[in-house]
Write a protein that binds this ligand. Sequence first.
Ligand SMILES: [Zn+2]
Ligand SMILES: [Zn+2]
Length: 269
Amino acid sequence: MILCDYHIHTPRCGDSEGDYEEYIEEALRKNLSEIGFSGHSPQYFLSKELRKRESAIPEEELELYIHEVETLQAKYRQSITIRIGLEVDFIPGKEDDLLPIIQIHSWDYLLLSVHYLDGWAFDHPKYISRYQEENINEIYRRYYRTLKAGVETGFFDIVAHFDLPKKFGFVPTEPIEEEEEVLQACQKKDMVLEVNTAGFYKPIGEAYPSFPILQKAQSIGLKICLGSDAHKPLSVGQSFDQALNMIRKAGFQSLTAFKKREKIPYPIP
Ligand SMILES: [Zn+2]
Ligand SMILES: [Zn+2]
C-alpha cells in the first residue's frame, strides 16, 4: 500500500520537537510508505537581524538540513522512501530573494504557504486579536489574493493549508470569490492541493481545506496530496483515515506522490 505524508517539520525548524529518526519511526508505525521532510524555508524576506531561529531553518543551516535528510534516505532505503522539500513562505515582491533558496537543491517538491499578510502572522496565537479588529471577509480576500500570486509564480508544487485563516474559528460570512480564483489558478499551473490534517487539532476542528472547497477542487480536476504538518513525531500521519474518508466522499480516485518535482499518481488506499 502506498501512502505519503509530505508535510513534516524537522528539528532544524526551531519550533518542532524530537529528532528526525523519531519522525521516521512514527511513520513506520503508521504504515506510511513514504514521507517528505518540509522544513520551514529560511526567512529570506527579513533582514538577517530580524530572522528568528524558532520559526525557520537558518539560511546557513540549509545545506546541513539537506545533508541530514540525504543521510537518512540512505539509512532507511529498505523500509521507507524519504523525500526532501521545503515549506516556503510566499511574500509578494520578495521573489528575487527567494530564488537562491529554491535553486540551492533539486528538491522533491516545494510547498507554497502564506502565513503573513503585510507582516501580520495571522496564524500565530499571539496576534489573534486582529481578527476582532478587521473585517473577516476582507482578511480572506487579501489572503486568497496573496495565495493566488504565489501560485502564479510557478515556483511551487503544492498549496499548503489552503484555507488557513479559519484556524482559530473565524470564517467568512459571505462567499469569497477569490477562493474559487485560487483553485482555478492551481488548475492552470497544475499545482497539487494539500489535504492538511493539522486543522483537526486547531479550534476550527476540521482539515484544511474544508469539505466544500475539496469538492470544488475535485470538480475542476485538481490533484491532491496528504500532509500532517507534524511539529512532533506523534503527529506524523495523524488523522489520515479521517482525511481519506473525506477525500473519497469528495469523489477523488487518486493521490499524488512526488519525486524531483515529478507528480506520480497512486490509488487511494
Ligand atoms: Zn504552514
Ligand atoms: Zn508546516
